[in-house]
Ligand binder design. Structure first.
Ligand code: PEP
Ligand code: MG
Length: 848
């Protein structure tokens, strides 16, 4: 590989990285390079490259050159706080650019007034793969001038060498989500049991294994080869223990989930203060489901002011020691309370993560070193935490960025302990809906759930700790609503429709009344449906529709039965055997399936063969890292890749008594050949076991390929069941796990409905029944359309079964058919939803 010369992306003055007034860059936490003090107002590409990430706040961009060098350019310092103001992005992630192409335009005057510094670091974030062999320094430079030259190191992105006094061992990381907060804390916990100095070395950086924050900031991903390096008497034991921990997967080993997500690019918009939209409706991403009506309570975390200069090293060190001890005491008390009350798992996990961060020796050491230089304890603590916060945010990894809130939370807790300030408690009355830029886990844990009926955050992600907490507390929540939410005044009336993904600000009286009616109706409807849940389910005009429940455990099966499910249309077998290092054998599987079948009391049980891959990991089945896991080894492809596992599973299903209660269903079918291959295994297993009874074998329709060839597949499948979750993802080419797309990925998109219609028509040719076991079966608005398209079985969540049954009884199938035909010609999911809602409103009016 030849050398690569980077050209200057900015007009300005070149400065060495060491002079950057920010430890993250000066200490090369993100890599080596240089900085430019800009005099121009456009950032250009330094070479031909692909845009890897554009930071949400539009102030930073990472590119990958064709030789693999990764270049981060960060306009100004602490410019993330400007939230995009002053920047205009000209490119999108994934775009190819040529050297000199404009990337980000910026308002130099605005930045000069509002940013901490204009100095712009340009760093190579994989410096172990590339060495800087020449760099310009201390001179004025024009865009396009040669800036630095990179030379590949040995052609291999090998982990950094182990120092002479150290022993080292390489491991490949099997953890699906890489080493995020929880595994980092476990590694640190293990490392601290040894006297040895232990470090983890990733491609381009090294961190003490005893520091969970340092380990997290390495951004180690699934499939990365890392080195454990240690020195000291018990170095070998430390290395062995950590290697075992990592290689064991910590319960998260296995195939890759969605590729480590880049920080989502903000759409290219004019910068400026966010405003409420005219209709007062803010859209966000569902974090916890439900509907709530309440009053706004803004939680703006007031800035805690800290002095830079200390009052003497000894007293500042003592102050920090006391503050850390005070926060630790509080966290431990809270954790003990949770344990005593048998507490919530999510709350315990968060308290545990805060304690692990608090005990992080690197954080404390960094802060103490700053105090030794004459800084105040508060300033030092903020700086130490801030360095990691920026490093994690700058890595462009959504999962790691979401862990930043724990660090920010901890920063505040210690600063408050230092200043003696308590968080100014917002006045909360019953029916409060919290609005915050970002809600910190400790803030949510501190609220009284009897007063708070929902929350909305400007930022945040659906997998953040607050989202997990909210779901566990049963509080409807939306995240990523945008900064306009913070312009809502305290006390403003709000309707939070988390399922619908929107917050209605200051609704007029009719909207408010409608929401109140909706809430009351929801409660009443639930109670009524439950009362009639065990009655048979036929439409008003006498068509039998089976309403089943989806199950993933014995408890689900019991709940489904109690809620009147007439069987199970989907047993997600992969959920029964998640957290384990070895595959379940035939006996174990047979026992589990039998228990579930018995809980269903002889009613049909559709057992889906293993559906791992994509976003579902099975640690015992490590699938090689994939560029596009959702399009890779998934479902039946995995079963046919490891046919002995399929055979074992089928044999276990065949052992369930009574024979025939279990039907078999195959996920992710894309062609008839796959079904034939599974049928061959089934026939072989039946022969071996002497089973002569007919065992129904059906397929899931989850790929567009299966939907459009349903007529071919139905010729040999006993039934079809539509997995609307995946079918929607594949028809719309929208990742079902991507929060940025969450609001748009809707099974009621006419394109998805046309696929379902085609599948039903194909099945009808061969007189096969079609069911739906994806999320749409639990969506009451979707039900009349699905029935109208020809679906005769719905497998909903256990909780939704009573309401689905009650609804089906109210429907007239001919009317559903007319509705279905009409909606196929609409142009958007919203239009379909509107049409279905008014149909439902009419159906309930005409109800006797
Ligand atoms: C689906 O894709 O709709 C489905 C039911 O399967 P899963 O959600 O388990 O992928
Ligand atoms: Mg699926």
């Amino acid at each position: 590989m030849s050398n690569l010369v980077l050209s200057a992306p900015l007009k300005g003055w070149i400065a060495p990285l060491d002079e950057t007034p920010d430890a993250v860059f000066a200490e090369r936490m993100l890599g080596d390079g240089l900085a430019i003090d800009p005099t121009g107002s456009m950032l250009h590409a330094p070479c031909d490259a692909v845009i890897m990430t554009v930071h949400r706040a539009r102030h930073a961009v990472t590119l990958r050159a064709s030789n693999g060098a990764e270049i981060l350019m960060h306009l100004g310092l602490e410019t993330v706080a400007l939230e995009g103001a002053g920047f205009e992005v000209q490119v999108r992630e994934g775009q190819s650019v040529k050297a000199g192409d404009p990337l980000i335009a910026f308002d130099l005057d605005f930045l000069a007034q509002n940013a901490r510094s204009l100095i712009t670091p340009i760093v190579i974030t994989n410096p172990d793969a590339f060495e800087i062999v020449r760099r310009e320094q201390d001179r004025a430079i024009e865009v396009g001038d040669a800036l630095m030259e990179l030379s590949p190191v040995g052609g291999l992105a090998a982990p950094a060498a182990v120092a002479a006094h150290e022993t080292g061992r390489q491991v490949v990381v099997p953890l699906v989500h890489g080493i995020h907060a929880r595994p980092a804390a476990r590694i640190a916990e293990t490392a601290r049991r040894f006297a040895a100095e232990v470090a983890l070395v990733a491609v381009n950086r090294r961190a003490s294994a005893k520091s969970p924050v340092g380990v997290m900031s390495l951004a180690i991903r699934h499939g990365d080869t890392i080195t454990i390096a240690a020195s000291g008497l018990d170095a070998d034991f430390a290395i062995a223990a950590i290697a075992e921990l990592i290689e064991g997967g910590m319960g998260e080993g296995g195939p890759v989930a969605a590729p480590a997500a880049a920080a989502p690019a903000e759409p290219v918009v004019e910068a400026g203060p966010a405003k409420l939209p005219k209709d007062g409706v803010l859209k966000g991403v569902l974090a916890a489901p439900g509907l709530a009506i309440g009053k706004a309570v803004r939680l703006s975390s007031s800035e805690i002011i800290v002095r830079e200069a200390g009052d003497g090293v000894a007293s500042e060190q003592a102050a920090l020691t006391q503050a850390l001890a005070r926060v630790r005491g509080r966290l431990e008390t809270a954790a003990a309370r949770e344990n005593a009350q048998g507490g919530d798992k999510a709350r315990k996990a968060i308290l545990g993560a805060h304690l692990a961060f608090l005990e992080d020796p690197e954080l404390a050491a960094k802060a103490r070193a700053l105090i030794d230089q004459g800084k105040s304890a508060g300033f030092a603590w903020r700086k130490a935490v801030g360095g990691y916060v920026d490093a994690l945010r700058g890595l462009g990894d959504r999962r790691l960025a979401e862990r930043v809130d724990d660090l920010v939370d901890l920063e505040r807790q210690v600063l408050r302990a230092l200043t003696g300030e308590e968080e100014s408690a917002a006045t909360m009355a019953a029916g409060s809906i919290l609005l915050a830029d970002e809600l910190l886990p400790s803030q949510l844990m501190g609220v009284d759930p009897s007063l708070v009926v929902g929350f909305c955050t400007a930022q945040g992600g659906p997998t953040s700790h607050v989202a997990i907490l909210a779901a566990a507390m049963g509080i409807p929540a939306l995240v990523a609503v945008g900064s306009a939410v913070m312009t809502v005044a305290d006390g403003t009336a709000l309707i939070l429709d988390a399922d619908g993904g929107h917050l209605r600000v200051a609704p007029d009286a009719p909207a408010l009344e409608a929401a109140q009616t909706q809430l009351a109706q929801r409660q009443e409807r639930k109670a009524r449906a439950k009362a009639s849940a065990h009655q048979i389910c036929v439409t008003k005009d006498g068509k039998r529709i089976e309403v089943f429940g989806n199950v993933g455990s014995l408890n689900d099966a019991l709940a489904a039965s109690a809620n009147g499910a007439e069987g199970s249309g989907l047993l997600r077998t992969e959920f029964l055997f998640l957290d384990r290092a070895t595959p379940p054998d035939e006996d174990e599987q047979a026992r589990q399936y039998q228990a579930i079948a018995s809980a269903l009391d002889g009613k049909p049980l559709i057992v889906r063969t293993l559906d791992v891959g994509g976003d579902k990991a099975a640690p015992y089945l490590p699938i090689p890292a994939e560029e596009n896991p959702a399009l890779g080894l998934r479902g039946v492809r995995v079963s046919l890749w490891r046919p002995h596992l399929l055979k074992t599973q089928i044999r276990a299903i065949l052992r369930v008594r009574p024979v025939g209660q279990c039907r078999i269903m195959v996920p992710m079918i894309a062609s008839l050949d796959e079904l034939r291959a599974v049928r061959a295994v089934l026939d072989e297993a039946k022969r071996e076991m002497g089973v002569s009874e007919r065992i129904e074998l059906g397929v899931m329709i989850e790929t567009p390929a299966a939907a459009v060839t349903a007529d071919l597949i139905a010729a040999e499948a006993d039934f079809l069941s539509i997995g609307t979750n995946d079918l929607t993802q594949y028809v719309l080419a929208m990742d079902r796990g991507n929060p940025e797309l969450a609001a748009r990925i809707d099974a009621l998109h006419p394109a998805v409905l046309r696929m379902i219609a085609q599948a039903c028509a194909g099945a009808a040719k061969h007189h096969r029944w079609v069911g739906v076991c994806g999320g749409a079966a639990s969506d009451l608005v979707a039900v009349p359309i699905l029935l109208g398209l020809g679906v005769t079985e719905l497998s909903a969540t256990a909780a939704a079964v009573p309401e689905v049954k009650a609804l089906v009884r109210r429907l007239d199938l001919d009317a559903c058919r007319i509705l279905a035909t009409q909606v196929l010609d609409l142009t958007s999911p919203d239009a379909v939803r509107e049409a279905a809602k008014s149909f439902l409103a009419q159906s309930s009016n005409t109800r006797v």
